[in-house]
Design a protein around this ligand. Structure first.
Ligand SMILES: [Zn+2]
Length: 306
């Protein structure tokens, strides 16, 4: 049961289109994923068009809040970006790849701002590039939009305790590394594989095996998440609702059902609302032609109920 019905708060731009499909054999990516979510929300009248806000793109200066000056300079080269994204080819004059990340990062920044300001839940219909580190992009993530948006939140509203609940199939190694020395950011992740060892006091990593099913996954989440809240007592929550935990995902190896993904999202939402905390949600990973439906299901439930 949904505990609280918020006023819709969503960020989407038609610039949320990464033309990977045109630039290489990326069959796992659904290049129209974010747009499909927006279209279905409007078609089913879950939200009115006026509730979907267009973000301002993030700037190079925003990127430099988290990434090194030298690394941000490299990002200006489309050929460098293409390597991070495993593209076979990039036009050296092509700026649309970095523009995509500027818009999505702008969306995550404004999602967090709106959620915090209005003490509510807001969604970015994209984002969650949690592998990017200070000096390095990896796993299709050139910039860490989540980390940038957290630092922007601190700059605008002052330091506060931020809990990142990262339930993407992959480990949120970039975010955890970026905030390794910052005790105001707690990173909680349930995932399949560890890409890095995190030496962070405020971090909890739960590793689950291939084939993990709904019951085991939800048991771990429902056991550990309340413990993290008790221990850390956050002021703001970030939720990376990666849907690559789903059984049909092209990359993931868990066996989580469609109902299981939604139950995960419902649990996180209700738990955070019970604490009366604002929450910014980003899409995270999710690969395959039907992956968009999983994030859509969550947003639909938040605004329409059971
Ligand atoms: Zn992932």
């Amino acid at each position: 049961m949904r505990l609280f019905k918020p006023k819709p708060c969503l960020y989407f731009s038609t610039e949320y289109f990464l033309g990977l499909c045109e630039k290489g054999p990326r069959s796992s990516f659904d290049c129209n994923k974010y747009r499909k979510i927006r279209d279905k929300l409007l078609e089913e009248k879950i939200v009115k068009p006026s509730y979907i806000k267009e973000p301002e793109p993030a700037t190079w200066d925003d990127f430099r809040l988290v990434h090194s000056k030298n690394y941000v300079e490299k990002l200006k080269d489309p050929m460098f970006l293409a390597k991070i994204l495993f593209l076979d080819y990039a036009n050296p004059f092509d700026t649309d790849i970095i523009d995509f990340f500027k818009y999505v990062t702008g969306g995550t920044i404004q999602t967090f701002f709106s959620a915090y300001q209005d003490k509510t839940v807001c969604f970015n219909l994209g984002g969650g590039y949690h592998h990017a580190k200070k000096d390095k992009g990896e796993g299709f993530c050139p910039v860490n939009d989540v980390a940038i948006a957290i630092v922007k939140l601190f700059k605008k509203y002052g330091e506060m305790k931020v809990l990142v609940i990262d339930l993407d199939y992959h480990h949120g190694n970039g975010t955890a590394t970026i905030f390794e020395k910052n005790e105001n950011v707690f990173t909680f992740s349930i995932h399949r594989d560890n890409w890095d060892t995190i030496n962070k006091k405020n971090n909890m990593d739960i590793l689950l095996p291939d084939g993990t099913e709904d019951s085991e996954y939800l048991l771990q989440l429902k056991y550990y998440l309340p413990e993290v809240f008790d221990k850390f007592n956050p002021d703001f929550v970030v939720y990376i609702a990666g849907s690559d935990i789903h059984i049909d995902d092209s990359f993931g190896t868990f066996n989580i059902s469609t109902e299981g993904v939604l139950e995960r999202d419902k649990f996180v939402y209700n738990f955070v609302k019970q604490q009366n905390l604002p929450m910014g949600v980003v899409a995270g990973g999710g690969y395959g032609k039907d992956s968009w439906k999983l994030y859509y299901n969550f947003i639909k439930w938040v605004y329409k109920g059971d």
